[in-house]
Design a protein around this ligand. Structure first.
Ligand SMILES: [Zn+2]
Length: 121
């Protein structure tokens, strides 16, 4: 089992790895952008889900093209309306996160690939 290592200043492989196999193939550019908006927000991001191997992704998601499997998506736990605003604003203004989705308890930040969009769960 690989040991916990820092990916960026505020994020480690333990937070980002696949829960079924500990694989952690997060995209480098994605992580740099996530780190940037983390610093702009100034508060901690609790990561619910990040990297998923193909097998695990198939188990938990019907989206086979989901970006968790390419290391280009994270679900950030988010229940506070004021922090939600900050996170959304920074994510949208970054112009990097093109696929965003909002649930009552978390925000999905994905790189996206076709058109920019904001979904709801
Ligand atoms: Zn896995």
């Amino acid at each position: 089992m690989p040991s916990n290592t820092k990916i960026t200043k505020n994020f480690t492989t333990n937070e980002m790895k696949c829960p079924c196999c500990d694989e952690c193939e997060m995209d480098e550019q994605f992580m740099a952008n996530l780190q940037r908006i983390r610093e702009q927000c100034g508060f901690g991001f609790k990561i619910n889900s990040a990297y998923r191997c193909a097998e695990y992704n198939a188990k938990v998601s019907s989206n086979t093209k989901g970006q968790h499997a390419t290391g280009q998506a994270v679900d950030v736990s988010m229940k506070d309306r004021y922090k939600r605003y900050e996170l959304l604003m920074k994510a949208i203004f970054s112009e990097y996160f093109k696929d965003i989705a909002i649930s009552k308890t978390f925000i999905h930040l994905g790189r996206g690939n076709v058109k920019n969009g904001v979904g709801v769960y």
